[in-house]
Design a protein. Structure first.
Length: 321
């Protein structure tokens, strides 16, 4: 085939899969889907995902998505299940079994095992009248759509629909649980996404240095000395009760460097009522505010008192940006 037709093939595959997903959304059995959601919510144990071949690859992703969104889950290879791993399927578990044809012979032992122990089975398959479909307590049927493969063999549209069904299940259960972004961050601390979802409180566990502080009456000389010694590029200005009332940054110093600078005090140099954060704020939100406000420094306050200083440069170096 002429390589110049490659983009036509690519578009045809993408359109075929998009059309399959549209058909899946239209054909979704709402009652069955809600029953599957309820089954996962009521489970006292893990959701064990089973699938062979391409269904197994998709199953691993679904299990990972469920686990990261509040439903304890893991994938078990059906062939390994028949050689002892069925011991992972315990009372209180739910099984999510995936097979496009519903006739994957490697699933049979697991289906029999679950039936004997009244372990509910949620099935995702294109064939309702199949071994898997008939064994399922809840059937999530996929519409019968041709594969995008020109030979009609390579699992393509069927796998796109399976993945979408798994995502729909995971996100719906997540919403029913009231699972928050903070909850997701607790389970996903790695990578840039995880770092952004961490709280300021998490960040403070490795940043224990107290911020440099001054009173309003501190002299300009003390301001220079405190910021220099603090090595944070800023200093907090506090009132008699120790509450944050202002911030002095390197930029504030430059703006104040006019005649009579050394006759000024911290209260005259500072920026009053500065933006501040608490330990409960998410790092991603803090970065968004620093960017929006075009500032580089922010103090973390606890009961109104400054307890730490964050700098955009440090967040960049630590991988938060």
């Amino acid at each position: 085939m002429d390589r110049h037709n490659d983009h036509k093939t690519a578009r045809a595959v993408i359109k075929a899969e998009a059309a399959a997903l549209t058909k899946l959304a239209e054909a979704l059995d709402g009652d069955a889907f809600c029953c599957a959601v309820d089954t996962l919510l009521q489970a006292q144990g893990h959701c064990i995902v089973l699938g062979m071949g391409k269904s197994g690859h998709i199953g691993r992703k679904i299990a990972a998505t469920l686990a990261s969104t509040g439903t304890p889950s893991f994938f078990v290879h059906p062939a390994e299940a028949s050689h002892g791993d069925l011991g992972m399927v315990t009372a209180g578990s739910t099984v999510l079994a995936i097979s496009n044809s519903g006739e994957s012979r490697e699933l049979v032992d697991a289906l029999r095992y679950c039936a004997k122990r009244d372990i509910p089975i949620i099935a995702i398959t294109c064939r309702a009248n199949s071994t898997l479909g008939n064994a399922a307590n809840v059937l999530l049927a996929l519409p019968d759509v041709p594969e995008a493969c020109p030979n009609g063999l390579v699992p393509t549209t069927s796998m796109a629909m399976t993945l979408a069904m798994g995502d729909a299940l995971a996100i719906t259960v997540m919403q029913r649980r009231g699972f928050s972004a903070s909850d997701f961050g607790d389970r996903h601390p790695g990578g840039k996404l995880g770092l952004g979802l961490q709280s300021v409180e998490d960040w403070m566990q490795t940043h224990t240095a107290p911020p440099p502080v001054l009173t309003r009456e501190a002299s300009a000389q003390d301001v220079l000395s405190t910021i220099t010694k603090g090595r944070m590029g800023c200093a907090a200005v506090i009132d008699d009760n120790g509450n944050l009332v202002g911030i002095i940054t390197d930029g504030d110093l430059r703006r104040a460097l006019t005649s009579g600078f050394f006759e000024k005090n911290a209260g005259e140099i500072m920026t009053a009522n500065p933006y501040a954060v608490t330990g409960k704020d998410r790092i991603s939100d803090v970065i968004g505010q620093l960017t929006k406000r075009r500032i580089a420094n922010v103090f973390v306050i606890e009961n109104g008192k400054p307890v730490a200083a964050m700098h955009l440069k440090d967040l960049l170096e630590e991988g938060y940006l």
